[in-house]
Write a protein of this length. Structure first.
Length: 226
C-alpha cells in the first residue's frame, strides 16, 4: 500500500506543478521539429508520438534511472547518484537535450536551496547535471514514495509534451485532455515495467526524437528554446 499522507501528495503536486519555476515550458524535446515536418499533425499522431516515447524510451531509461537515483539519495551514496546522473546525461541524444538537462537542473537546484534543501546547492554549477537528479533529491527529502515520484514525473513529462502540441499542431484543450486521459492506464504500466529492470537492461535511445531535437536548432522559426 502506498502512502496516503496529505503532506506527501501536496509535495508531489508541488514538485510536478507546471508552475515550478525551472523553465521546462521553454523546451519541446524535438516535438516542435516533428510538428513542423508533419510527423505529428493531429490529435492521433500527437498521442502516438508521446505514447511511443513513454513506452519505449522513458520506461527503459528515465524510470529505472529515477529509481537508482532515489536509492542513492536515500542511502546518502553520492557515488551512486553521480554514476546514474552521468549515465542519464550520456543517453541524451543531442546537444539540445543535454543543455536542457543542465539548465533545468541548475534552476531546480536553486529552487530547492530556497525551499530548505541546502545540499542541492552543490549542483548549481555542476557540469552534466540532470534535472532528474534534482527531482529525486526533492522527492527523497520531502518523503515522497518512489512509486508516486515516478508516476508524477511521467505525468509531468507527458503534460509538457501535450502543452507543446496544443500550441503548435495545434490541437484544442479538450483534445489535450483526451490524450492525457488515455495515458491514465498506460503510465502505471510504464512504472511497473521500468522499476523491474535490471542494471544491464537500462538504457534506450529514441533515434526519431534525437534527430528531431538535433535538427530543431536549424529551423527557420522556433517557438521553443534551442
Amino acid at each position: 500500500m502506498y502512502s496516503e499522507r496529505p503532506e506527501e501528495i501536496l509535495r508531489l503536486l508541488q514538485l510536478c506543478s507546471p508552475t515550478l519555476p525551472v523553465g521546462a515550458y521553454a523546451y519541446s524535446q524535438g516535438l516542435e521539429f516533428a510538428i513542423s515536418s508533419k510527423w505529428v499533425f493531429d490529435e492521433t499522431s500527437t498521442s502516438l508520438w508521446i505514447q511511443g516515447l513513454l513506452e519505449n524510451s522513458l520506461t527503459y531509461l528515465d524510470v529505472p534511472v529515477l529509481s537508482r537515483l532515489y536509492d542513492g539519495w536515500s542511502s546518502q551514496d553520492k557515488n551512486e547518484v553521480l554514476f546514474w546522473n552521468d549515465f542519464l546525461f550520456a543517453n541524451r541524444d543531442s546537444k539540445e537535450l543535454q543543455e536542457e538537462e543542465q539548465q533545468l537542473a541548475q534552476a531546480l537546484s536553486r529552487l530547492l536551496v530556497d525551499l530548505g534543501i541546502g545540499e542541492a546547492g552543490e549542483w548549481k554549477k555542476k557540469p552534466r547535471a540532470c534535472f532528474l537528479s534534482l527531482f529525486t533529491l526533492g522527492a527523497v527529502r520531502w518523503e515522497i514514495s518512489l512509486h508516486n515520484a515516478v508516476l508524477g514525473y511521467l505525468r509531468m513529462w507527458a503534460e509538457n509534451q501535450v502543452l507543446v502540441a496544443i500550441k503548435l499542431v495545434p490541437i484544442g484543450q479538450t483534445s489535450g485532455q483526451r490524450i492525457l486521459s488515455s495515458f491514465t492506464s498506460i503510465i502505471p504500466n510504464c512504472v511497473t515495467k521500468g522499476l523491474s529492470l535490471e542494471d544491464e537492461e537500462v538504457g534506450y535511445t529514441s533515434p526519431g526524437q534525437g534527430i528531431a531535437s538535433a535538427l530543431h536548432e536549424t529551423q527557420y522559426t522556433r517557438l521553443f528554446r534551442s
